[in-house]
Structures are given as C-alpha cells and as structure tokens.
Design a protein around this ligand. Structure first.
Ligand code: ATP
Length: 236
C-alpha cells in the first residue's frame, strides 16, 4: 500500500467544479511532478490537499490518515507544507522574520532551525536583515522554500516554483531541491508548466488537464515534445 494516496478527488469553488477526478499516489521520499497548462487545476489541487479549497468528493490519505475533515492547521501539523504560487512572503518583514514566521507556534527554539535551513540555502544568509520585498524573484522563491522547510514538513507541495524566475535562478532552485532530496527523507509534489524543471527533478510525472488527473507520462516520453503536448497541452 502506498503511503500517500489521492483517489477520485473532486473540488469546487462554491457551486463551480474545478477538479473533476484526481487519482495519484506518492511514495515516501519520492519527487512527483504534475504537469499542466494554465487553468487546468494545478493550484486548486494543491489547495485542496492542504485544505484551502473545498473538497466535494473522493479521498486523500496521508500516512494512512484521511485528510478530509482536518482543518488547514491540522494538516500542517500532520506534516504538509505548501509553497504557494506567487511565493506569498511578507514584503515588509526582514528575511529572518519571514523565516521565523514559518516556525511560530512550534515547540522547538527558532534559531537552530533557521541556522540549519540556511545551511541549505546559503545565499539567504547574507540577506537575513533585508526586507522580503527587496529580494529578487529567485531569492524570494528560495525564501519561500526555506520558510516552508522551517516547519519540517514530511510532504512539501510546490506550486510553480519557476514562475517568473530567470533561468539561472531556476537552475539554482533545482540544484538546491536535488540536494535536499539527497540529504533528507522529504517527499515532494510539485506542479509546473516548465517541462525541463519538472523532468530534471521528478521521479514520476503525471499530467492534469481540465481538472482531471489520471495519467502518468512515462519517463521515456518526457523527452518527446509531441507526446507531452498530447498529454497536457503544454508546449515542450
Ligand atoms: N477563486 C476561484 N474562484 C472560482 N474559480 C476559480 C478560482 N480559482 C481558480 N478557479 C478556476 O478553477 C480552474 C483551475 O484553476 P487553477 O488556478 O487551479 O489552475 P492552474 O492549473 O493552477 O493555472 P495557472 O497555471 O494559471 O496557475 C480554472 O478554471 C480557474 O478559472
């Protein structure tokens, strides 16, 4: 049995359905990618898993426990961490304060956690006193990732980490996440439109289209632009 299963999931904004049928599983320690074009339901899926969007059907099992019925905070305590689209850092708070906001409410002292996470994302170390809003897009994404990791999630959900970021910074984020997966037992689910990023980082890739996710793209087909386009509508 897989540890993290999502089956026949449906979600809606009020009366308007956005996810019609989502079926996938994630094994512990895996990096799973979900490819999809604009408006196909990627953000909605991550928000449904983390509790921000109303689920109207189906099941989500996390470590054998149903997530349905758990509020956002309870899901976070269970080990889910979301790095949202647009990063959502606090622009007027310093980098250090942004990181501490990720830990607030936890039982561990903040300083050692921040130091531990900064070892992974060393570029942030010299920026600790700078306001979040004064960072570049790539630096803000590193900050959002680090803030999420400060809560020590078991499963980290990444919503389009490459959006609006320069190619050189995308490589840095990719390298950092690869390093993270090598040095920890974290599990990652990422939704993306960037084919190179997702293929470079993921163990397995699914496609989402029109609120339906039920197909894996075989790894060998990820290099075939025509096959990927057929699956997702994303130009390779
Ligand atoms: N707050 C909302 N209220 C109503 N409908 C919404 C809301 N947010 C998203 N939708 C709709 O739900 C569908 C899926 O949107 P979603 O944001 O999940 O797509 P996406 O794949 O993440 O797109 P993008 O890559 O542009 O972020 C779209 O039809 C969108 O218009």
């Amino acid at each position: 049995m897989s540890l993290r299963d999502v089956s026949n999931l449906k979600a809606a904004y009020g009366m308007v359905p956005a996810l019609h049928q989502v079926d996938f599983n994630v094994q512990p320690g895996e990096v799973v990618g979900i490819l999809g074009h604009d408006g196909m339901g990627k953000t909605t899926l991550l928000r449904a898993i983390t509790g921000f969007v109303k689920v109207t059907g189906g099941e989500m099992l996390f470590d054998g426990q149903s997530l349905r019925g758990l509020l956002v905070n309870a899901r976070a305590r269970a080990g889910l961490g979301l790095v949202p689209q647009g990063r959502m850092i606090f622009p007027t708070l310093a980098v250090r304060e942004n990181l501490e906001s990720g830990i607030a409410g936890g039982k561990e002292p903040m300083e050692p956690i921040v130091e531990e996470m900064l070892a992974l994302f060393q570029r942030l170390t010299r920026l600790l006193d700078r306001a979040g809003g004064a960072l570049s897009g790539g630096e803000q994404q590193l900050l959002a990732l680090t803030r999420c990791l400060c809560r020590r999630p078991k499963l980290m959900l990444l919503d389009e980490p490459t959006e609006g970021i320069q190619p050189s910074n995308i490589d840095e984020i990719s390298d950092t996440l690869k390093q993270l997966t090598k040095t920890s037992d974290i599990t990652i689910v990422q939704v993306e439109q960037d084919l190179d990023f997702i293929t470079g980082l993921s163990d397995r890739v699914y496609a989402i289209s029109g609120g339906v996710l039920d197909r894996q793209i075989p790894k060998e087909q990820l290099t075939e632009s025509r096959a990927v386009s057929e699956f997702t509508g994303v130009a390779a």
